[in-house]
Design a protein around this ligand. Structure first.
Ligand code: 3HC
Length: 286
């Protein structure tokens, strides 16, 4: 399997733009694809801001940052991924929408192109099954903020080949990340362990055990977490947390994953966390 030089990133949200950035900084040619022109424009601004922060703290020269930016090409159509060695999909976390996107990508990409989903919990084996290349399909789970967080959780689907895994492990290292290989079961490792923590913290608020602030202080000061679980839940998005808990609950059929009623109610009320201006905490701006 040759090296990965041309990468298409599908979805220009927070994760997609972060992934495009780290690939471009590593010298890859990146096509960032999104149907929405406004999303592509805000992705460019986000990448510029993030590169500025990296330059400011000496992680990159100004010239290298500018060169990285020129390696990111925006496109509004999926067929712009046709020549890629790898497609990384980072779109909305809904299985049917992801599956539909992969079906379209299957029809426009070369047979040897590797397919990777940045899903946070949807089964890689299921997504791979809608394509004709399940052995070249893998999970590549990045963490927010992508330019800062060192981990890539590499998820092997039931039919993912060792060659595909090796290529994605090698690429993750080229991106300056540390890949950790796991198998495809609900929530993989990261969210199988993180989401019950967040859910339990929500139950502690729901039952009046302590305030959100107190719970977060316990984890920041007692366990040296950079953010307490409820600040982190707001950062991730409470809707995303709820979706992942539902995947765990359905996937294992175990009541220990039942989402906290408070979390469900907050999502129903539109209190989705930082992006909505309110979650467990209030924020200045969405
Ligand atoms: N681009 C580039 N650099 C950035 C950045 C960005 N988008 N965001 C932050 N940074 C840099 C800053 O420049 C700063 O660098 P310095 O320390 O060298 O000066 C450093 O990161 C720290 O940033 P700040 O000083 O602004 O703020 P904090 O010290 O509070 O750190 C944080 C912010 C890195 C987000 C930290 O709070 C943290 O690590 N939080 C936990 C994040 C986390 O757990 N993420 C995973 C979420 S789960 C997920 O994504 C998976 C999904 O499936 C749910």
């Amino acid at each position: 399997m040759g090296g990965i030089e041309r990468i298409a990133v599908i979805g220009a949200g927070t994760m997609g733009s972060g992934i495009a950035q780290v690939c471009a900084v590593a010298g890859k040619q990146v096509t960032l694809i999104d149907m929405g022109p406004a999303q592509l424009e805000s992705a460019r601004v986000r990448v510029q801001d993030s590169l500025r922060r990296v330059v400011k703290k000496g992680g990159l020269t100004q010239a290298d940052a500018e060169a990285a930016l020129t390696r990111i090409h925006s496109a509004p159509r999926l067929d712009a991924a046709a020549d890629s060695d790898l497609v990384i999909e980072a779109i909305f976390e809904k299985e049917s929408i992801k599956a539909e996107t992969w079906i379209q990508l299957e029809s426009c990409c070369k047979p040897q192109t590797l397919f990777a989903s940045n899903t946070s919990s949807i089964s890689i084996t299921k997504l791979a099954s809608v394509t004709k290349r399940p052995e070249r399909f893998i999970g590549m789970h990045f963490f927010n903020p992508v330019p800062v967080m060192k981990l890539v959780e590499v998820i092997r689907g039931n039919k993912t080949s060792p060659e595909t895994t090796a290529a994605i492990v090698a690429l993750s290292k080229e991106l300056g990340k540390t890949p950790v290989e796991v198998n495809d079961y609900p929530g993989f490792v990261s969210n199988r362990v993180l989401m019950p923590l967040i859910n339990e913290a929500a139950f502690a608020v729901f039952e009046g055990v302590a305030t959100a602030e107190a719970i977060d202080e316990v984890f920041k000061l007692g366990m040296a977490h950079p953010m307490g679980p409820l600040t982190l839940a707001d950062f991730i998005g409470l809707d995303v947390c709820l979706d992942i808990l539902n995947v765990l609950f359905e996937g294992f059929g175990d009541p220990k994953y039942r989402p906290c009623p408070l979390l469900k109610q907050m999502v129903a009320a539109g209190k989705l966390g930082r992006k909505a201006g309110e979650g467990f905490y209030k924020y200045e701006k969405a």
